[in-house]
Design a protein around this ligand. Structure first.
Ligand code: DC
Length: 223
């Protein structure tokens, strides 16, 4: 049986994380949320109280430990050995994660970790640069897109379930700002790999989009 690598990239709110989790579970693969790693570094930076610049970030990235761990209650993210899975979803982290993730030495370190975690295959990774930079050799590359309204509504609902109340309009503004930042940065910008399959999820349910990807994966695995 082939143990393939599946890369799921796309902008904020396109359904990457939920879809990637379902696909991984169905295939018995490991799921790796690369955004969670960038969020953990952002949380560490916020706690450091330093100015956001390359020098401070490059020093910080060598002083902290970030790792993700799959547990019976799903994937958890650890910063210096402490579970920060909830804290990394706070609005303050979301607001600052794009500029932190644009810093070269932060990306270098996290990309190396991601390659190590995924090197044996049987993995689903979601992020912005998986198909273009982290695993350009991934056997299946998916690029999820969705219109801004659909993405903002999904995120608002997700945050509400966590007790964070923001309006759809506020979330839409954040999403657009993050998309612009992530796709215009000079290092590994958000971009569809030439050989990625684009799926517009605006009018699809999570189950429908997951099934589409599972079918594509099974075809490759069965070849
Ligand atoms: O998927 P997410 O919203 O949790 O990602 C948070 C941020 O991390 C995103 O705005 C950009 C950055 N990121 C990245 O630059 N590269 C990745 N592979 C994953 C996330």
């Amino acid at each position: 049986m082939k143990r393939i690598k599946i890369a799921i990239d796309g902008p904020a709110g396109s359904g990457k994380t939920t879809t990637a989790k379902i696909v991984a579970e169905k295939l018995g693969y490991i799921y790796i949320d690369t955004g969670a790693m960038y969020r953990a570094v952002t949380l560490a930076w916020l706690r450091s109280g330093t100015e956001l610049n390359d020098t401070n970030l490059c020093k910080l990235i060598n002083e902290i430990s970030v790792y993700i761990h799959n547990t019976s209650i799903g994937q958890r993210t650890f910063l210096n050995g402490v579970d920060v899975s909830d804290d990394i979803r706070l609005p303050e982290v979301t607001k600052n994660v794009s500029p932190v993730s644009a810093v070269g030495c932060v990306r270098e370190k996290l990309v190396a970790m991601q390659r190590e975690l995924g090197k044996n295959g049987a993995v689903v990774l979601d992020g912005r640069d998986i198909g273009t930079v982290v695993f350009p050799d991934a056997e299946l590359k998916i690029f999820l897109i969705a219109n801004e309204n659909a993405r903002a509504e999904r995120r608002t609902k997700e945050l509400r379930e966590k007790g964070i109340e923001l309006t759809v309009e506020e979330i839409k503004q954040q999403i657009v700002a993050r998309d612009n930042y992530d796709s215009q940065r000079s290092i590994s910008p958000l971009r569809k790999a030439d050989d990625a399959i684009e799926i517009d999820t605006s009018n699809l349910t999570i189950q429908q989009q997951s099934d589409l990807i599972i079918d594509l994966a099974n075809k490759i695995i069965g070849e």
